[in-house]
Design a protein around this ligand. Structure first.
Ligand SMILES: NC(=O)C1=CN([C@@H]2O[C@H](COP(=O)(O)OP(=O)(O)OC[C@H]3O[C@@H](n4cnc5c(N)ncnc54)[C@H](OP(=O)(O)O)[C@@H]3O)[C@@H](O)[C@H]2O)C=CC1
Ligand SMILES: O=C(O)[C@@H]1CCC=N1
Length: 271
């Protein structure tokens, strides 16, 4: 029987996941609660039911899975509207940065079955990577249902230690933004050395896309692939002298990921 999935919040990440779910066969029965009218319109355009508030759910509606995709700061205000569903028959899946399963249980029911998931926006095209942590109340059947739902959005990785979710958030949850910024920065650098705007954008994007695809499909490690680009005394060596000199890029990325990890921990404490 098709699962009933209730998606609460359909902004950037919720909508990305919804798009991934549309490829599922058999398709789940999806209902979305999203207060913003323009966002509801784009959900309706996909022939998915979109409601403005939890009050609009039918009295006899009962979901198998509730996916919480609102901002971490909204959990305390939003969860009481859905707490009635908490219990053995309904799985809560939260994609919020920082918010722990203990916090969600505190806002719903002590024995709520909860999966924490950290997705990323490439989920929209089935190329996300999703880490999952299940609390002790999640049944094997519920864990499988969550994995099936999320696999429609990309690669699913189970995690045993919830504390790792903050680091995962900093690497893969926020990570697409780092890569998009790298594309922006490469394009800007291309302009500075004289390429016209459209050529700069195309070269930057296609270089990142091609390199990522090669890294994903090659038997070589990324470091070996880098060495294969780098002719001794050539152009790449000149550039890497800047990027890798005194670990410049590694230090910068290390600091960036630490800042994101620390913010995730903070968001968890503020709930
Ligand atoms: N963006 C990303 O790449 C990722 C985000 N996440 C997590 O996903 C969650 C959502 O982030 P993101 O999509 O970026 O944020 P958005 O602000 O884009 O989406 C949240 C949506 O929830 C809506 N909302 C507000 N109140 C309610 C309510 N009571 N019921 C239902 N919906 C409501 C908001 O509407 P309105 O704007 O009108 O308030 C908004 O459209 C966060 O917890 C974040 O940590 C996780 C991984 C990646
Ligand atoms: O920026 C954020 O807080 C969310 C979590 C991971 C990606 N976006």
């Amino acid at each position: 029987m098709a699962k009933k999935v209730l998606l609460v919040g359909c902004g950037n990440m919720g909508f990305a996941m919804l798009q991934g779910w549309l490829a599922l066969q058999p398709s789940p029965e999806i209902t979305v609660v999203e207060p913003a009218a323009p966002l509801r319109q784009r959900i309706s355009d996909l022939a998915v039911s979109a409601l403005a508030s939890a009050d609009d759910l039918a009295a006899d509606y009962w979901p198998d899975i509730v996916v919480l995709a609102v901002k971490p700061q909204m959990f305390a205000g939003v969860l009481p509207d859905y707490a009635r569903f908490a219990g053995p028959s309904t799985l809560f899946v939260s994609i919020a940065a920082g918010v722990t399963t203990a916090t969600i249980a505190g806002l719903t029911r002590a024995d709520a079955a909860i999966v924490r998931c950290m997705p990323n926006t490439p989920a929209a095209i089935g190329h996300g990577v999703m880490a999952l942590y299940a609390n002790g109340q999640v049944s094997a059947e519920q864990a499988e249902a969550a994995a099936t739902l999320l696999a429609a959005c990309g690669t699913v990785v189970a995690i045993e230690d919830e504390a790792l979710m903050d680091a995962v958030t900093a690497v893969s949850g926020s990570g697409p933004a780092y890569v998009f910024h790298f594309i922006e920065a490469l394009s800007e650098a291309a302009r500075k050395v004289g390429l016209p705007d459209d050529l700069a954008d195309l070269m930057a994007l296609k270089t990142v896309e091609g390199a990522a695809r090669l890294a994903a499909t090659s038997d070589d490690a990324p470091g070996t692939l880098r060495e294969k680009v780098t002719s001794p005394g050539g152009t790449t060596a000149a550039a890497l002298g800047v990027l890798m000199g005194e670990g410049a890029l590694s230090t910068l990325l290390g600091d960036a990921v630490e800042a994101a990890r620390d913010r995730s921990v903070e968001l968890g404490k503020s709930e």
